[in-house]
Each structure stands twice: as structure tokens, then as C-alpha cells.
Design a protein around this ligand. Structure first.
Ligand code: PEP
Ligand code: MN
Length: 269
């Protein structure tokens, strides 16, 4: 197919390795664990999450400062000031940051404070955003569109790659189907298919994928067995009080258990 080329294994045989510095990688043959709240909420919250990550040897923290919310009245994030504070605390602790960029104008102001730019499921086909991210020297993780096909995800990656930025990661985060028992349908089929078609690392997001806290654990481990190179999930000291996505967020005890089981499962794979 000529829908994409550069992100395919036909173009590049060797798996792409994303080097975040200080020995932190997102790459095949490794298992990147990324955890943190849906939204960055406060200095106190950031400190608590960082302490939790440090205690469990988790080196990459997720969290949104620009939140794509279905309702305009919902909490929409602390913005650039929140990111600067988070970066100050995280870099002191040796923790890397992955966070969503929602529009072109945010790229430059965010650049010095992120380790990985996340493109959210609502922006997978924001082609202007992808074009601009193609010009930056910073890793980008592209989430699969809410109703996007695997091929469309690869074409979105092709936008960034062909623009000159080869530091790319793909993320399966669940798609909208006719099934209403869960928030989304985590398409674990996408993992072996993406790994077969592309040289890019593949990450699974079980939190958005199923949307129900008590099932996140199982789907995370299933993602590892399906061949994921990383797992990204939501964790918060008190999920019931989280500003967003509390219903699918693990508490610290659950998160500690999951991080350890992700590693055990990966070691058995
Ligand atoms: C998130 O990671 O909190 C998020 C908004 O994810 P998605 O874009 O997959 O919905
Ligand atoms: Mn979320």
C-alpha cells in the first residue's frame, strides 16, 4: 500500500528505539512503564505521584495540562504554568514527562518542559498538528483515533515521520464500537498488527481502553502478552477525587502491584 511507507518495516527493518536520556528508553525488547494522573492538578499531587513512581522504579510520568474534555465546563488543565512546575519537580527526581499537546501554538511553549509529546485520540488526524510535530526534535506518541483504523494511525505517524521527526511511538487506547458495557473497546489485535507492519514501538493504554478501574490490571497484562513495548496507565493517590477519569484510575497500591506484574509478565513473554 502507498498509504504509508517510511513507518513500515519494508522501509526500515531495525526497530526504532526512543532514547529519553538517563538510561530511559521506549523500545522493542524493553518494557516502558508510564503512569500518572489523567490531569495534573496541583503541586501537592505532583509530589505525591513522583514519590509513588520513585518507590516503584517507574521512570516516566503521564499527566495532562491541556485536557480535551467532552464538556467545556469540565476541568481543562493547569496549562503551561502547571507544566513548568511539574517539569521542575520531575526533572529533580529524574522522572521523564509525557503530556498531551492539543494545538500547534502550544508546541513551542511546551518544548523545553516535555520528554514526549502525546497526540491525543481526538487529534490523531489533526494534520496541521502532525506536520508541525514533524519539525521538532522531541519524541511524539500518537494515540489511535477514537474511531480510527490501524491504517489511519500509521498514516498519521507517516505525517510526522515524513516531516523529519523519526522519534515516534504508536499507542492503542481503545476504539469506539457498538459495545456500551465498557468506555471503549481496547483493540489488542492492533498490537501484533502494528508490530508486524511498523518498526515503531507500540504502547497500550488500558485505562482509556476499558475505562473501568477494576479491569485495567487485566487488560494491561493482556497488552504485555500481545507484544506491547510499553504500558501507559492512570494512577492517583485518591482516584475518587481525581479531576478527570477517576473511574478508570488506579490508586497507588493498585499501581504498585500492576507495575510489578507488568515486569513479571514481560519477563515471561
Ligand atoms: C489521556 O491520556 O488522558 C487522554 C485524554 O487520552 P485519549 O486522547 O486517548 O482520550
Ligand atoms: Mn484520561
Amino acid at each position: 500500500s502507498d498509504a504509508y511507507k517510511l513507518v513500515s518495516k519494508k522501509w526500515k527493518v531495525n526497530p526504532t528505539s526512543i532514547d529519553l536520556g538517563d538510561g530511559v528508553y521506549i523500545k522493542e525488547g524493553d518494557m516502558a512503564v508510564m503512569a500518572g494522573p489523567c490531569s495534573i492538578e496541583s503541586e501537592e499531587q505532583i509530589v505525591k505521584v513522583i514519590d509513588h513512581l520513585k518507590a516503584n522504579d517507574i521512570k516516566i510520568m503521564r499527566g495532562g495540562v491541556y485536557k480535551p474534555r467532552s464538556s467545556p465546563y469540565a476541568f481543562r488543565g493547569l496549562g503551561i504554568e502547571g507544566l513548568k512546575l511539574w517539569h521542575e519537580l520531575a526533572s529533580k527526581a529524574g522522572i521523564k514527562i509525557i503530556t498531551e499537546v492539543m494545538q500547534v501554538s502550544q508546541i513551542e511553549e511546551m518544548m523545553d518542559y516535555v520528554d514526549v509529546f502525546q497526540v491525543g485520540a481526538r487529534n490523531t488526524q489533526n494534520f496541521n498538528l502532525l506536520d508541525e510535530l514533524g519539525k521538532v526534535d522531541k519524541p511524539v506518541m500518537i494515540k489511535r483515533g477514537i474511531s480510527g483504523t490501524i491504517e489511519e494511525l500509521l498514516q498519521s505517524a507517516e505525517y510526522v515521520f515524513s516531516g523529519g521527526n523519526e522519534k515516534l511511538i504508536l499507542c492503542e487506547r481503545g476504539i469506539r464500537t457498538y459495545e456500551k458495557a465498557t468506555r471503549n473497546t481496547l483493540d489488542l489485535n492492533a498490537v501484533p498488527v502494528l508490530k508486524d507492519k511498523s518498526h515503531l514501538p507500540v504502547v497500550v493504554d488500558p485505562s482509556h481502553g476499558i475505562g473501568i478501574r477494576k479491569f485495567v490490571h487485566q487488560m494491561a497484562l493482556a497488552g504485555v502478552m500481545a507484544g506491547a513495548d510499553g504500558i501507559i496507565y492512570e494512577a492517583h493517590e485518591i482516584p475518587e477525587k481525581a479531576y478527570s477519569d477517576g473511574q478508570q484510575t488506579l490508586d497507588f497500591a493498585q499501581s504498585a502491584q500492576l507495575a510489578s506484574q507488568i515486569r513479571q509478565t514481560f519477563a515471561m513473554r
